[in-house]
Ligand binder design. Structure first.
Ligand SMILES: [Zn+2]
Length: 63
């Protein structure tokens, strides 16, 4: 039997291992740690890309 947790958004009981609430579709905050670590890595990747883009714009922006 899977553990059940309360959805943070709608308060309905949802399986602890589900990625999304089946009632309201919100992302579950009780899921495996690996998923959130992956999201954070993806965020850092896009942040670094944005910083590099800004640096290029600062250097090459016509004055
Ligand atoms: Zn919900």
């Amino acid at each position: 039997m899977a553990d059940q947790v309360k959805c943070l958004y709608c308060g309905k009981k949802i399986p602890a291992d589900s990625a999304h609430c089946p009632e309201c579709g919100a992302v579950s905050h009780f899921q495996e740690r690996g998923y959130r670590a992956g999201v954070r890595r993806k965020f850092i990747f896009w942040f670094v890309l944005l910083v590099i883009f800004c640096a290029i714009m600062i250097v090459w922006f016509p004055r």
